[in-house]
Design a protein around this ligand. Sequence first.
Ligand SMILES: Cc1cc2nc3c(=O)[nH]c(=O)nc-3n(C[C@H](O)[C@H](O)[C@H](O)COP(=O)(O)OP(=O)(O)OC[C@H]3O[C@@H](n4cnc5c(N)ncnc54)[C@H](O)[C@@H]3O)c2cc1C
Length: 455
Amino acid sequence: MKRRNFLKTTGLLTTASMLYQQAPTQAQPRLGKGEHVLILGAGLAGLAAAYALFKQQVPFTILEARNRIGGRVFTHQVDEESKLHVELGAEWIGASHERMLALCKEFNLPLLNHQFTTHLTLEGQHYKPKEWQYDTNWNTTYQTLLTNFKQISSRNSKVLDQIDWWKYLINNGISERDIEIKELFDSTDFGESIRNVSAFASLSEYAYSSPNNEMDFRIEGGNTRLVNALSEKIGLEHILLNKKATAINQTGKQVQVLCEDGTKHTGSRLLCTIPAFALTKINWQPALPAEKLDALHQMQYCRIIKSAVVFKERFWQDETFDMITDSTAHYFFHSSKNQPNTKGTLTSYAIGDKAYILSKMNQEQKIREICAALKPAFGDVSQYAEKATSYYWGGDAFTKGAYAIYDTHQWFSIREMMAKPFRNISFAGEHLAEWQGFMEGAVQTGEEAVKKMLT
Ligand SMILES: Cc1cc2nc3c(=O)[nH]c(=O)nc-3n(C[C@H](O)[C@H](O)[C@H](O)COP(=O)(O)OP(=O)(O)OC[C@H]3O[C@@H](n4cnc5c(N)ncnc54)[C@H](O)[C@@H]3O)c2cc1C
C-alpha cells in the first residue's frame, strides 16, 4: 500500500470531524464557467493549483507576498565566480514523490543523484561510513516495527499518536547510544527534537519512504527551475508579486482580498496555500470558525538554518560526503555534488535550538563553528573557507519555521480542521499534505484543491 492510501485508511479523515462537531460543514458548489479563482501564495502548492486551473482554462490570479516566486523552494547562487548554487529551502526529491518526478519529466528538468554516504562524529570521534552502525539487534527490531506498522489498526494509530517518537523508541528497547544517534539523524527530518514528534507521524514517514529516506534527487541547476517552469507555463502576468494579503472579505458569492499595498482583488473562489502562521495574521470577515483558528494557532513549524560555506578546495574528497555530528552545526552534506569546480560547498543543516543559536551568529562566527565541527574528520580546514551564506527559517516572516511539525495528539486532531473549506475559500499547502513537509505534499494539495473545485 502506498503512503497516501495508508493514511486515508487510518481514520485520518474522520477523527477531527468528531472532535469538532460544532464546525460548519458546507459543500462548495462546482466552479461555474468563467468564474475567476484567486490563489494566495506562489509556492509549489499555489503554482501546482494554478497549473491545474490553466489546463482547464479557468481564469486565475496568484497573489504573492514576497518579491519572488517559489516560497520555500529557494535556490541561491553562493559564488559568482564559480557559479556554484545551493538550496536554502527544499533540497531533495524522493524516489516515491510521483507528482514531483512527473512534473520534472513533463518540463524536461533533468534530475541528479543527490544521495550521500554518511559519516558520524560523536564526542570528538570521527567514524567513516562503514565504521559505525546501530546495534544489530536494534536494526532487526526496527525493521520489524516498520513492517508491523503497515498493518496497524485505526484505533492503535491513535494510541501511537499520543506518544512521541523518542519515547516510542525507548519503549521498544533502543540502547542509550543508539537513541543518541537516532535523535541526531531523525531530528534533521522533523526539524526539532524527536521528543516533539508524534510516533504515528514518524512511523508513517519512515515505513513508507524510499530506502534512502526520500533523499534521492535534486533538479540540475536548482529546484527553483521547476518553480520557474510552472510560472512561465501559466503566464507570469497571472502572478502578482509584493501582494501581501492582510484582509479577506466574503460577501455573497464573492471573495475580496485586500493587500498591504492597498490593492483589492476579487474572485468567485479563493485558494489559500499560505502557511498556518500567515493565515492567523489575516483579518477575516466573516471571522474564521473558532475551531479552525484554534487549530491554526496550534500548528508549529520547525526551526531550521541552512548555512552553506564555500571552500577553496574540496578537502572532503568524496563526492557523496555527508556527516551527522553532535555539534551545533549538526548535519553536513556536500551541496555542490555534481557541480564540477575546484571550489565546493558544504551545507550545515541545523535544527531546533541549535538553529536558533547559529542564527544569532555573524557569518564569521558561523564559519568558525562549522570548521570546529569538521575538525575531528579533517583537521583544521579554516584556511579553505571563503564565505558563508545562510537562511534561518525560524525567523521567516511568513512561515515562522521551515515546515509543519505534528506533535503528539495533533495528527488526528487539527489537520482536518485546518483543511476544511470556509464558504468560498479552500486551503492547501505542505502542512495539510499526506506527504507533509515535502514539495510533493505541497503539489498534491494544490492539485487536489482544484480537482475538488471542478467536481
Ligand atoms: C529548510 C527547508 C528544507 C526543506 N527540505 C525539503 C526537502 O529536502 N524535500 C522536500 O520535498 N521538501 C523540503 N522542504 C519543504 C518544502 O520546501 C515545502 O513543503 C514546500 O516548498 C511548501 O510549499 P507550499 O506552497 O505549501 O508553501 P510555501 O512554499 O511556503 O508557499 C506559500 C507562499 O505564500 C506566500 N505568502 C505567505 N503569506 C502570504 C500572504 N499573507 N499573502 C500572500 N502570499 C503569502 C509565501 O511568501 C510563499 O511564497 C524543506 C523546507 C525548508 C524550509
